[in-house]
Design a protein around this ligand. Structure first.
Ligand code: GLU
Length: 556
C-alpha cells in the first residue's frame, strides 16, 4: 500500500480538476426501484465509424427484453477511446436508433437521472473508483514505454510464453515508492494498471445466461484502467463495470467477442467490492464468405451489409429488417410472425432460451428480402403510398414525386395495381426498387428512362417492321371497355393477322413459318407500353393507363 504522500501526489496528477468520490456517486445513483421481473438492459456502442448492423441486432434484443418486462432500455455511448473515435459517429448512432424505432428510455438527450450517458462526460466518476483501487493497493502506476512493452512481448514469443503484462512481466507492479517518485520527478507518462490477484493456473466459474456454466482461467493480466492521455479517460474494462453497476443494469447482454474479457471484468468488480454483474454473450451475425471461405463473422471492412447505411439507402422496410433479425435471434419467431401477420412486432416476446440456441445466426439476404417483400405486400394501401413517397423524397426522385403529385387519381390507380386480393404482388423488397416498378407509368419518366432502353434490351431480336406491324394490328381492334377475356381474344386474333403463331404446337413444329408466337406478340405490346418485359398483368396496366396513353406509346 502506498504512503499518503505518494497517494496525494498521484491524485494531484490524475485528477487536477477534481473527482467524485465513489461514495458520492453511489448516493447520486441509488439502486433502482423496479417492478417484479423488470430488466434494465443497455447497448453500449462505441462511436468509431459507421453504425454496424450488429449494434441494431443487439439493440432489438436488449430493447425487447427491457420493454417486455416493463424494464428500462438504455443507450450508453462508450467514447473513451479518443484515438479510435470518428467525428459525427455518436450522432449517427443516435439517429440510427431512431431510424430503426429503437426508443431508449435513458440515454443522450433524455433527462434520466443515471446519466450522463456519454462516458467521456463521466471521467470524474471513474477517477473516484480508480483512486479507490489505488488506495486499496489494487491499482498501481506503470511507466513502461511502448518499446519496453514490445520487447517484453517479443521475449515472450521467443520463449513461447503467453503474451501480456502479468507476473514477472509486469514491470512496474512491484516497484518501490522511491522508483515511482523518481519517475514522477522526471514527469514520465504513466497509465494506471489493475494489480491482478488472479492465477492463470486457477479457474473461475461463473454463469453466462446464454452459454451456461463457464469455467475459465482466472485473469492475471494487469490491464490498464486509466490511460495516459490528458483527459485520464478509463479503458472499456473499468468504465463498463462502473457504469453497469451505477446505472443498475440487471443483465449485460453483449456480443461474444467480449467473452474472453469477462474474467477480467469479474475481477475488476471484485477488486472494487461491487456485486457481480450478470453476463450473457450472444453470437454475432455471421455471413457466408462470397470468396468461398465458409461461415464467418460479418466484417466491418469486407461486407457492405455491415453498415446500416446500406439498409437505409436501399429502403428496406425497418419492420422487415426487425422481423428478420428477431428471427435470427429466436428460431420460433418465424412461426409467431406467420400466425400473427398483422400484430405489431413489439408484441413478440423474446425468448432467452432460443437466443442461447442461436449459435451462429447467419445473414441470408434472400430470406431477408422475402421478409421485406411480404411486409410491403401486406401494407395497407395508404401506408404503402405514404412510405413509397417518403422514400422517393428522401432518394431525391424529384420528377417521380412531381409526376405523382400532378395526377393523384392516376397515381392512386397505378399504385393499387395487383396489391389487393389473396395474392398481392411481391415485386418490391426495398423502396429503391419502386422507381423501376412504377416509374414507367408516368410519361416523362417513361420517355427518358424506359422506352428506348426497353426496346434495345427486350426487342432487339425483332425488326422494326415486325414491331410496328404488331402494334398497329393490336390498336386496330383495341377497345378499353373489353374485359380481360375479350381483350386477350383480340390480342390472339391480332397476333395471327400479322403472322404470329397462336398454336404453340404448330409454332414448335416449324418456327420458320411464323414471326414468333403469341408470347412474342405480347412481349412487343408489353415492352412498347412499359419499357419492361416483366410487369403485372398487361390488361390491368392498360386499364390504368387509359386509351390515349396506350395509343401514343404503341404508335411511337
Ligand atoms: N463499447 C463496446 C463495443 O462497442 C460495448 C460492448 C458492451 O459492453 O456491450 O463493443
Amino acid at each position: 500500500m502506498y504512503s499518503s504522500t505518494l497517494l496525494g501526489r498521484l491524485t494531484e496528477l490524475l485528477a487536477p480538476d477534481g473527482y467524485i468520490e465513489r461514495s458520492e456517486s453511489e448516493l447520486r445513483y441509488p439502486s433502482r426501484v423496479l417492478t417484479d421481473g423488470a430488466e434494465v438492459m443497455r447497448i453500449a456502442p462505441s462511436p468509431t465509424g459507421f453504425v454496424h448492423i450488429g449494434t441494431i441486432y443487439a439493440g432489438f434484443i436488449n430493447e425487447r427484453i427491457a420493454h417486455q418486462t416493463n424494464g428500462i432500455f438504455i443507450l450508453r455511448i462508450e467514447d473513451t477511446d479518443k484515438k479510435r473515435e470518428v467525428e459525427g459517429s455518436s450522432e449517427m448512432i443516435i439517429k440510427a436508433l431512431s431510424d430503426f424505432g429503437l426508443n431508449y428510455d435513458e440515454g443522450p438527450n433524455t433527462t434520466a437521472k443515471y446519466g450522463p450517458y456519454f462516458q467521456s462526460q463521466r471521467s470524474k466518476i471513474y477517477l473516484g473508483y480508480v483512486l479507490d483501487l489505488l488506495r486499496s493497493g489494487r491499482a498501481y502506476p506503470c511507466f513502461a514505454t511502448p518499446e519496453e512493452l514490445q520487447t517484453a512481448v517479443k521475449d515472450q514469443q521467443t520463449k513461447k510464453l503467453r503474451p501480456g503484462y502479468y507476473g514477472d512481466w509486469a514491470l512496474w507492479r512491484d516497484k518501490s515508492e522511491a522508483e515511482i517518485n523518481a519517475a514522477l520527478d522526471k514527469s514520465l507518462p504513466f497509465v494506471l494498471r489493475l494489480r491482478s490477484n488472479g492465477l492463470h493456473s486457477k479457474r473461475i466459474v461463473y454463469n453466462d445466461v446464454f452459454k451456461g456454466k463457464m469455467e475459465v482461467p482466472q485473469n492475471d493480466l494487469d490491464v490498464p484502467l486509466l490511460k495516459s492521455d490528458e483527459q485520464r479517460l478509463p479503458t472499456y474494462h473499468l468504465a463498463h463495470v462502473v457504469d453497469d453497476y451505477l446505472m443498475g443494469t440487471t443483465k449485460v447482454f453483449r456480443s461474444e467477442e467480449w467473452l474472453p474479457s469477462t474474467a477480467l471484468h469479474i475481477e475488476i468488480a471484485e477488486a472494487l467490492n461491487l456485486p457481480d454483474l450478470t453476463y450473457g454473450h450472444f453470437a454475432p451475425i455471421s455471413i457466408i464468405d462470397s470468396a468461398g471461405g465458409g461461415k464467418r463473422k460479418l466484417s466491418k471492412r469486407k461486407d457492405k451489409e455491415a453498415d446500416i447505411q446500406f439498409w437505409l439507402a436501399a429502403g428496406y422496410p425497418i419492420e422487415g429488417i426487425k422481423a428478420y433479425l428477431l428471427g435470427l435471434a429466436n428460431s420460433n419467431f418465424e412461426d409467431w410472425w406467420r400466425n400473427n401477420p398483422s400484430e405489431p412486432l413489439d408484441h413478440y416476446t423474446v425468448s432467452l432460451e432460443k437466443l442461447a440456441a442461436s449459435r451462429a445466426p447467419l445473414l441470408d439476404m434472400q430470406k431477408l428480402e422475402d421478409y421485406c417483400k411480404d411486409f410491403i405486400a401486406n401494407l395497407p394501401q395508404d401506408q404503402f403510398e405514404k412510405r413509397l413517397l417518403e422514400f422517393s423524397e428522401k432518394a431525391g426522385w424529384t420528377r417521380f414525386v412531381d409526376e405523382v403529385a400532378s395526377d393523384i387519381v392516376y397515381s392512386n390507380n397505378v399504385f393499387a395495381i395487383e396489391r389487393s386480393g389473396d395474392k398481392p404482388r411481391k415485386d418490391i423488397s426495398r423502396w429503391d426498387q419502386a422507381y423501376d416498378q412504377y416509374g414507367y407509368f408516368f410519361d416523362s419518366l417513361f420517355e427518358d428512362n424506359f422506352r428506348k432502353q426497353g426496346r434495345s434490351e427486350f426487342l432487339s431480336d425483332l425488326d422494326e417492321a415486325t414491331i410496328f406491324g404488331a402494334a398497329q394490328a393490336f390498336l386496330a381492334t383495341y377497345d378499353p371497355t373489353d374485359d380481360q377475356v375479350a381483350w386477350f381474344d383480340k390480342v390472339k386474333a391480332a397476333a395471327e393477322s400479322v403472322g404470329f403463331a397462336i398454336d404453340n404446337k404448330a409454332y414448335k413444329a416449324d418456327p420458320s413459318l411464323f414471326r414468333g408466337n403469341v408470347a412474342d406478340f405480347a412481349r412487343i405490346l408489353r415492352v412498347l407500353t412499359t419499357g419492361k418485359n416483366r410487369t403485372p398483368d398487361l390488361w390491368t396496366i392498360m386499364q390504368a393507363m387509359g386509351v390515349s396513353r396506350i395509343r401514343s406509346r404503341l404508335s411511337n
